[in-house]
Design a protein around this ligand. Structure first.
Ligand SMILES: Nc1ncnc2c1ncn2[C@@H]1O[C@H](COP(=O)(O)OP(=O)(O)OP(=O)(O)O)[C@@H](O)[C@H]1O
Ligand SMILES: [Mg+2]
Length: 430
């Protein structure tokens, strides 16, 4: 059975048939126990018999008539009190045929009625009831068939509720697999199938983002490689021509350093994002990391005559990879030093609330145009002014920082502090 429809239908009908059979079996068993010897039904008949016998013995025929009329009025069927020879003690009629029938067959029958007979212990009185037989099994069959048909319709509806979205999901997955990166299920169901669709959508979103980012990165990398390579070949020609060897050497050295920086930075981005497991997560006092970065940046800040002012307002312990966090912070601080005017201050602060540690780095430089504030975290993005100056780097620092912070489930954002730029990193406390 290959389709969900057929499976749901078969299982539901099978369950229904089984429960009907079980229901019938239990009913027959219970009714046999109730009507059998010593069962509650027989005890009830015996108590009716003693009621009738008492009436007959204490008040004769009039009292027996009253008693039998009461019994006939309250119970279905016909009821008689007979003498041992089958004579009806109320009417005097001979009912020995009924008495004979009560001793034959199971259940005993007389003219289409079921006969129930009990007698007193001395055998002088017989109490006999003639009741209508219960409905034959085959009379129930049409009702059972009706129930089966109703259940089959419900099962079909259920099966199509399950199978239809699965078919749609399969089609979406196939479209996505065939290269349509925009294919989504957009399921609004609230059940597990809807959750499956949404999980697929999330996965597709992530894959599409990764693929697009990868493509863009590749384009950017090839574009960025062209400039140093062109300069290298120019310097190599200079050196070969023997015109200005010193300048050629300087260019060669600078461009080779630029290339190796680029490759190093790219490796770090790829590693930090591609292999989250390779990071070394441990409880980490963030103030130690900030202090390390401040002392590492001393040379750059000194050469640009910048003052780094660090105010640790609280101790904050996060769970993180020391090296990744150090580099992220270093990139932000190096930017502040690089883009700040000579002789200005770079302010670093560390604060924490109940759940987050917050490091912010502020400089007094030109800031970033509002529309570029979110783009500076993209790889190779540089504000135009940075592109055209020698101070500008490759545009990878903040993208590396942003990825490292995301790996720590944190956030990084930039805002203009007028004057200058403030970059804030927030990381959940350990
Ligand atoms: N403190 C800042 N003040 C002004 N502009 C900034 C500042 N920090 C970053 N930017 C802008 O954001 C761009 C991206 O920064 P990012 O650190 O990613 O690259 P980069 O510094 O140019 O190069 P890299 O860090 O790779 O050497 C920079 O080119 C610059 O235009
Ligand atoms: Mg930078």
């Amino acid at each position: 059975m290959r389709s969900v429809y057929a499976k749901v239908l078969a299982w539901s009908l099978g369950t229904l048939v089984l429960s009907l059979v079980a229901f019938l079996g239990v009913s027959i068993f219970v009714s046999m126990r109730n009507t059998g010897r010593g069962g509650p039904f027989e005890r009830f008949e015996i108590s009716l018999m003693s009621f009738a016998v008492d009436a007959h013995e204490s008040g004769g025929a009039p009292a027996l008539r009253t008693a039998m009329t009461r019994i006939d009025g309250q119970l279905p069927g016909r009821h008689f009190l007979l003498a041992s020879d089958g004579r009806d003690l109320l009417t005097g009629e001979d009912r020995s045929a009924i008495l004979a029938a009560s001793r034959a067959g199971f259940p005993p029958r007389y003219r289409g009625h079921i006969v129930d007979a009990v007698h007193t212990s001395d055998g002088r009185y017989f109490y006999v009831s003639l009741v209508d037989p219960p409905l034959e099994f085959w009379r129930y069959v049409p009702y059972y068939l009706l129930i089966l048909a109703a259940v089959a319709v419900l099962c079909w509806l259920l099966a199509s509720q399950i199978a239809r979205p699965l078919v749609a999901l399969t089609r979406t997955v196939e479209r996505f697999g065939a290269g349509d990166l925009a294919a989504r299920t957009t399921s609004r169901r609230k059940d597990e199938i809807g959750e499956l669709g949404r999980a697929f959508d999330r996965m597709a979103e992530r894959i599409a983002t990764l693929l697009t980012a990868e493509r863009r990165l590749l384009q950017d990398v090839s574009h960025e490689l062209r400039t140093p390579l062109a300069r290298l070949s120019f310097a190599a020609e200079l050196a070969c021509a023997g015109e200005d060897r010193a300048e050629a050497q300087e260019i060669l050295r600078k461009e080779i350093r630029r290339l190796s920086d680029l490759v190093g930075a790219l490796l770090q981005v790829t590693r930090s994002e591609g292999e989250p497991a390779s990071s070394n997560m441990e409880p980490l006092p963030l103030d130690e990391v900030v202090e390390e970065v401040v002392s590492d940046c001393w040379f750059e800040s000194d050469s640009r005559d910048c003052r780094i002012q660090y105010q640790p307002r609280s101790e904050a312990c996060v769970c993180g990879d020391r090296e990744l966090l150090r580099r992220a912070l270093e990139n932000v601080v190096m930017n502040a030093i690089r883009y700040a005017p000579q002789g200005s201050a770079v302010e670093i602060s560390l604060a924490a609330d109940e759940s987050l540690a917050r490091v912010s780095v502020r400089d007094y430089g030109p800031g970033v145009p509002e529309e570029a504030l979110s783009k500076i975290f993209l790889p190779f993005f540089r504000v135009d002014s940075a592109r055209h100056t020698d101070t500008g780097g490759m545009g990878l620092g903040l993208s590396i920082a942003s990825r490292s912070v995301s790996l720590h489930h944190g956030q990084i954002r930039a805002e203009n502090a007028l004057p200058g730029l403030r970059v804030t990193i927030e990381i959940p406390l350990a």
